[in-house]
Design a protein. Structure first.
Lengths: 393, 315, 88
């Protein structure tokens, strides 16, 4: 029996899948603070602490800022570290995200995306992670529960690679995925442990070789230190391919930086990230069965942005609609749309791009909505603006 | 238990803090940190908040620390220390390293105010580490602005003195009281002038299997406005006038480690520093009385606490 | 400094600040009267730098590369064995 055949499918929530992955990845320290809808991650991990299945240290910190701070401290000892948060919690740890990336620490984080206050809402949109997209973290978006499980495992390998050494986050919609029960084909613990190995951080707090971390820089060198992170991000694109290849070898599963449906043939393509990728893909399939010719490009790796792959898949399209599940106030388009437009323009392509905002504050997006979006994409006059899809009048 | 402090000659000769840092001439903070680290084991690991001590000691590409050291932000030192302690613990448990003493270092700004929450959390969680607050009684690094640790009546750039104001209107937060309320095994105040008392307290603290706290008075020649050669004298005066009593609290039991039965007059302390000069003027006579009363009341409170919490002798 | 000479993530080797001299900070310099000095080490425990060097078989000496001339040693020396004199 191969490793793939030996696994069993277990029904679990998105949050639970994260905890299951962390349990088997030889994580040394988890420091986390509860926030809806991430709470089940920390609760499940606490169960694993009590059962003895999670053998690391669990720090029930008193805030998210402290969660990332403790993660930073623990990571510097050479330990493998994990945390999880959402929305306000991510916003609260914002300065620490930059710190962790600047210190080149391979912290892994799960974000159950939830819209930001005010006003307060518990439901999903990508506003939280988009608000931190420039922090120097590698960012993935998942479409289903098994992908959340797989990505969490992959992230430890990717972040800890000496050519990368950047923290990474797996994003998935709060409630829609975090509390969604799906079957996950769990992988064998031994195989996972072999895949992730043990962290081998050269730069760490070691009394045998005392070093100082977090120096005061100056205008003479700060820029170059940031370039080191830029280069780490660039390298991550290539290292990611290797990681996926290794992961596929023992799991039989692979996702890619993007998922392309019918992009080689389609006239009109929707670009999207997050779980609505599946929804819009289902709508596209229905429309294509009815004679239309549309495509969907799901962006799974958001930072570093897989520019070349995105451009390749969109090169032959007549028009592109980019769907953003967050509002960038005062901006000419949504964040993902801005990245796509910029990528196309830099490649010398003049393709009309529509920025379409949807699903804000957990507003539902159905297959019917998907069909409507494709219908809108036929209207040449609708391009060049940001359309707020689904907002009530 | 802990290794007693015999004398200066028994202390290590290799310096935990290297010279070449950019702290002001006569700064009290490095005196405090040197004494603390000379008393602590050689494999001590440090987490340092943003502030004077941090920004002046690690200016790329130089570092004055002969110990593993990390700085990340202003308000999170206790949280970073918690992570370091847990990291070592987890790694040691799987045979991938040893545990080491962890000392978190924060100024009064990074402890009384912005770092307060992280400190409270770390104390409540019971991590094994020593938190050192070096107190120069204002946000000195950013230019002498008031903090929760600035004493009553002191001038700072954000508690200016004029016809309408006499300096800081609020009393210094009772940081020790707050820490002791977390039921930590050991907490103590210390002053750079009383090096032996300070070092014994450091060793006592590090011997505990839990969170401990050291509140060290580190006079600031620039911010308090006194001659740079007088830093150690100023600390001694603070103790001798009861402005900064030296005491320890071991599992809730208070003990004044340097009793001051005959305090020197408060005016001696106040007139020695520019930040208090205005208090000796006639228009602030009432405020001066309040300052003196508070200092006296605080010391008497500690005496009563020492009596009240003293262990009942076995019969 | 070139990009190549920078360390990854600005990590600094501990204790190398000895290579940075603060000698230029001084207005006055301490001079120890060896005859009066008993090597009690009080100046050493109170020096903020530290710019006072302990020796195996000799009395303390001043590290003039790093002394900032604060004068704490002169004030604290119990034997009055240290004098602050104007920098030449």
């Amino acid at each position: 029996m191969t490793a793939v055949e030996a696994v069993k499918t277990v029904p679990m929530l998105g949050d639970e899948a994260v905890a299951e992955a962390v349990k088997d990845c030889d994580v040394d320290v988890v420091s986390a603070y509860p926030i809806t809808p991430q709470t089940i991650i920390v609760e499940k991990l606490s169960e694993f602490v009590a059962s003895g299945e999670f053998k690391g240290e669990f720090i029930p910190v008193e805030s998210e800022h402290s969660a990332m701070s403790a993660a930073l401290g623990a990571s510097l000892t050479g330990a493998r570290v994990f945390t999880a948060t959402s929305s306000q919690g991510l916003a609260l740890m914002h300065e620490m995200l930059y710190n962790v990336s600047g210190l080149r620490l391979p912290v892994v984080m799960a974000v159950a995306n939830r819209a930001l206050s005010a006003p307060l809402v518990l439901n999903a949109d990508h506003g939280d992670m988009m608000g931190s997209r420039d922090s120097g973290w590698i960012q993935f978006y998942a479409e289903n529960v098994e992908e959340i499980y797989d990505r969490t495992i992959q992230l430890f390998r990717l972040s800890e690679d000496p050519r990368v050494l950047l923290p990474s986050a797996i994003n998935f919609e709060g409630f829609i995925l975090s509390h969604d029960m799906e079957g996950v084909r769990l992988l064998d613990g031994e195989q996972i442990r072999k895949f992730v190995g043990r962290p081998k951080l050269e730069q760490r707090l070691d009394p045998e070789n005392p070093k100082s971390f977090g120096a005061l820089a100056s205008p003479d060198n700060y820029y170059e230190f940031k370039m080191q992170q830029v280069e780490g991000m660039k390298a991550a694109l290539g290292v990611f391919k290797e990681v996926e290849k290794e992961f596929h070898a023992f799991s039989g599963r692979r996702y890619g930086a993007v998922d392309a449906y019918n992009t080689d043939q389609a006239n009109r393509i929707v670009v999207i990230n997050g779980c609505a990728s599946g929804t819009i893909r289902a709508a596209a399939r229905v429309l294509n069965r009815g004679g239309d010719n549309v495509g969907v490009l799901a962006v799974k790796l958001y930072r570093p942005f897989p520019t070349d792959e995105v451009v390749e898949h969109l090169r032959d399209a007549d028009s592109v609609v980019v769907m953003d599940r967050s509002v960038s106030f005062g901006a000419p388009s949504g964040p993902l749309a801005a990245d796509v437009k910029s990528a196309l323009k830099s490649a010398g392509l003049d393709t009309p791009v529509m920025s379409l905002v949807y699903g804000i504050g957990g507003r539902d997006f159905s297959i019917e909505d998907g069909k409507k979006v494709f219908a809108m994409s036929k209207d040449k006059g609708a391009y060049g603006t940001t359309f707020m899809y689904g907002v009530k009048n | 238990m802990y290794e007693p402090i015999k004398g200066l000659k028994e202390l290590p000769t290799d310096e935990p803090l290297a010279p070449g840092h950019r702290l002001c001439a006569g700064c009290g903070a490095p005196i405090a940190l040197r004494q603390i680290l000379l008393a602590a084991p050689k494999d001590t690991v440090l987490a340092n908040a943003t502030g004077c001590m941090e920004v002046s000691t690690v200016i790329y590409p130089y570092s004055a620390w002969n110990r593993p050291w990390v700085h990340s932000a202003f308000e999170n030192t206790a949280a970073v220390a918690s992570g370091i302690e847990s990291g070592f613990k987890a790694l040691a448990r799987r045979g991938e390293g040893k545990e080491h003493p962890v000392i978190a270092i924060g100024g009064d700004g990074g402890t009384y105010d912005i770092g307060f929450q992280a400190l409270s959390g770390a104390l409540e969680r019971g991590h094994r580490f020593l938190y050192v607050c070096y107190d120069n009684e204002a946000y000195m690094n950013t230019g002498i602005q008031r903090s929760g640790g600035t004493p009553l009546g002191a001038w700072t750039t954000t508690t200016q003195v004029g016809p309408a104001e006499f300096g800081k209107r609020e009393n210094k937060k009772d940081l020790m009281g707050i820490v002791v309320a977390h039921r930590v095994p050991y907490a103590a105040t210390a002053a750079i002038s009383h090096w032996r008392d300070l070092m014994i307290k450091v060793r006592k603290a590090l011997a505990q299997d839990g969170p401990t706290f050291l509140h060290v008075l580190a006079p600031c020649t620039r911010g308090w406005r006194f001659e740079m050669a007088k830093t150690v004298k100023m600390a001694k005066l603070a103790v001798d006038t009861r402005f900064f009593p030296l005491y320890e609290v071991e599992n809730g039991v208070y003990k004044i480690t340097v009793p001051v039965p005959n305090p020197r007059p408060a005016e001696e302390y106040l007139k020695a520093q520019g930040r208090y000069a205005h208090l000796l003027q006639p228009q602030w006579a009432k405020q001066l009385e309040t300052v003196k009363k508070e200092v006296d009341a605080n010391y008497k409170r500690l005496e009563r606490l020492a009596q009240f919490t003293s262990p009942i002798p076995a019969t | 400094m070139s990009r190549q000479s920078l360390s990854e993530a600005a990590v600094v080797q501990g204790g190398n600040s000895v290579e940075y001299t603060t000698t230029g900070w001084r207005v006055n310099r301490p001079v120890i009267d060896e005859a009066k000095c008993t090597n009690c080490l009080i100046c050493w425990i109170y020096c903020p730098e530290p710019a006072i060097i302990r020796h195996e078989n000799a009395k303390v000496t001043i590290d003039y590369d790093h002394c900032k001339g604060c004068g704490i040693c002169e004030v604290e020396c119990p034997l009055k064995a240290i004098k602050m004199v104007r920098e030449p």
